[in-house]
Design a protein around this ligand. Structure first.
Ligand code: SAH
Ligand code: SF4
Length: 332
């Protein structure tokens, strides 16, 4: 899909024609222009050539059927992945990638091992959501939530990410409050987001309660240490009045001790701070914390008065964590 070419093809046409075309993509959720009514045959042919809607994707479904993952091949042959989680309450969350690979090299992350190949285009982000929207549409269901937590660092591809969010919000009709962006701590991006009008949610990947460990796990911490990171989050909160979710992967023997829980509580005991403990999907290097130890860790945070939730890992059997699948397929 290439929206620029679409607009170019429709240049000089009345405004409603552009709206019809956009409705074809975002409301009718067409996979081909032939499916869109009230457009002439000639124009359909032209659009199929200039702005084809097909998405080249391979689907992997987890055994528990809660997680569906797609490996999408882009026009230059590079591959990205996107995941959809089906929740018990009927919601469907799509996890979107923003880059092919990632330059930030967190040691626990499969995407980090790939390095950065390139930023994704706006359309390449949209296609990830459209793919699942089309799939659900056939069952009369819809994507209800979108999280930018797939491969890559959204704030290193800020403009494209925010443009994609604009389409997802306005054209796909997913409420801003149901859209979240996760950053590993790119302060400039947090500052810019605090000036946006859209009420989207901010998540920050923390994963460690002190600079020493965080710098070991996440090299970006050497550039933006915890003090500066949390200061920028505080400014964001003052400006927006919105909650911020701190993600904390539970990695066995690395960041999951009771002492580390207390240290984390010290950082997180602030209004509008929330901690989300996430079960780690095992990789060659690290293993997940046991359930019992996660519970103990959570209890310490709760006793200290920190807002804490827990996210169980989805789809470990299809490597549903960030970057694991594209990496296995030797992403070109
Ligand atoms: N670069 C951004 C955006 C998402 S990264 C960020 O770091 O916040 C993808 C998310 O997947 C991060 O929260 C990361 O911590 C998580 N992740 C990476 N490897 C994982 C694994 N093996 N198991 C579970 N989550 C993982
Ligand atoms: Fe990049 Fe996020 Fe993975 Fe770190 S965790 S390497 S920032 S994608």
């Amino acid at each position: 899909m290439n929206l620029e070419k679409l607009y170019k093809t429709l240049e000089g046409q009345p405004k409603y024609r552009i709206q019809q075309a956009k409705d074809g993509i975002f409301k009718r959720l067409a996979g081909n222009w032939d499916e869109v009514s009230n457009i002439s045959k000639d124009l359909k042919e032209k659009l199929n050539k200039e702005c084809p809607l097909e998405i080249d994707a391979m689907i992997f479904a987890s055994r528990d059927a809660k997680t569906t993952k797609v490996l999408i091949t882009l026009s230059d042959g590079l591959q990205i992945e996107s995941v959809m989680l089906a929740h018990k309450d009927g919601r469907h969350t799509v996890c979107v990638s923003t880059q092919v690979g990632c330059p930030l090299a967190c040691t626990f992350c499969a995407t980090g091992k790939m390095g950065l190949k390139r930023n994704l285009e706006v359309e390449e982000m949209l296609e990830q959501v459209l793919f699942f929207s089309r799939m659900l549409h056939e069952e009369d269901k819809r994507v209800s939530n979108v999280v930018f937590m797939g491969m890559g660092e959204p704030f290193l591809n800020y403009d494209h990410t925010l443009k994609a969010i604009g389409y997802i919000n306005e054209d796909l009709g997913i409420g801003a409050r149901h859209i979240s962006v996760s950053t590993s701590g790119v302060i400039k991006g947090i500052e810019r987001l605090s000036n946006e009008k859209m009420q989207i949610n901010l998540a920050v990947s923390l994963h460690a309660p002190n600079d020493k460990l965080r710098s070991e796990l996440m090299p970006i911490n050497k550039k933006f240490p915890l003090r500066d990171l949390l200061k920028s989050v505080d400014k964001y909160i003052v400006k927006t009045g919105r909650r911020v979710m701190f993600e904390y992967l539970m990695i066995k023997g690395v960041n999951d001790s009771p002492a580390q829980a207390s240290q984390l509580a010290g950082l997180m005991k602030k209004p509008l701070y929330m901690v989300n403990l996430i079960a780690y999907n095992p990789t060659d290097v690290f293993k997940p914390t046991d359930k019992k130890a996660i519970e103990d860790f959570k209890t310490i945070l709760e006793q200290e008065g920190v807002g804490v939730t827990q996210r169980y890992s989805f789809g470990a059997d299809i490597d549903a964590a960030c970057g694991q699948l594209a990496n296995k397929n030797n992403c070109k």
